[in-house]
Write a protein that binds this ligand. Structure first.
Ligand SMILES: [Zn+2]
Length: 214
């Protein structure tokens, strides 16, 4: 398992210290190789390097989380629309296969796989458009979203709401660019809406709602 997969599956949580010697031991990779991986992940804002203290899985702030979602709302609806215009039967089949894998993971209640596959669906769309810049940007945003979800998820909220990926594939298959755009916008709003992005310390806790919920 790669470090990126471990982060995307929430096996390594935000803020976890990444001990270089231990990673060398368990992966068999050299220290130089581990450092290269840390540097790459730091560049993608998934790892934070602290001088004299080492490497940590990044902890995106509320402001960073909002920036990530704003970027995704700007980029991904248009990306879905472009794909709707150019998708081929081979691409639909690949998207459908991915959606089936997601459904399997949901049926098994395999939360780690659900989170990873949900993110990978978005990366797959970007790959299919065939624009390396968009693909790189989407990869970074999706991985950062995985970290954001571990930090700000409301308990029990799903990674990507069920069925919304299938609806998107339907629109892409109909070559309906406007629908693909609108569905992706709504989908990203739903993911952001499932998070608790209130600024910490923005007021006293609402004791009434905490203790009076059924
Ligand atoms: Zn999704």
């Amino acid at each position: 398992m790669s470090l990126l997969t471990a982060i995307m599956e929430h096996r390594l949580l935000a803020g976890t210290k990444l001990v270089e010697e231990r990673l060398c031991e368990v992966t068999g990779a050299s220290r130089a190789r581990i450092r290269q991986v840390f540097a790459r992940l730091a560049h993608e804002k998934l790892v934070t390097l602290v001088p004299n203290r080492g490497a940590f899985v990044a902890r995106p702030t509320v402001d960073e989380a909002r920036e990530v979602f704003q970027t995704r709302r700007v980029v991904e609806p248009e990306l879905a629309a472009i794909l709707a215009q150019q998708a081929t039967p081979a691409k639909f089949r690949k998207l459908r296969r991915h959606a089936l894998e997601e459904n399997d993971a949901r049926a098994r209640a395999d939360r780690a796989a659900i989170i990873r596959l949900s993110g990978e669906f978005h990366i797959l769309l970007a790959e299919m458009v065939g624009n390396a810049v968009l693909e790189k940007l989407t990869r970074e945003m999706v991985s950062r979203t995985c970290l954001i979800i571990t930090l700000y998820d409301r308990p029990g909220a799903p990674a990507c709401p069920e069925h919304e990926h299938s609806e998107l594939i339907d629109a892409i298959e109909r070559h309906d660019a406007a629908a693909a755009n609108a569905l992706m916008s709504r989908h990203l709003q739903h993911i952001e809406g499932s998070l608790d992005l209130r600024m910490p310390g923005s007021g006293a806790p609402d004791f009434y709602s905490i203790f009076n919920n059924p």
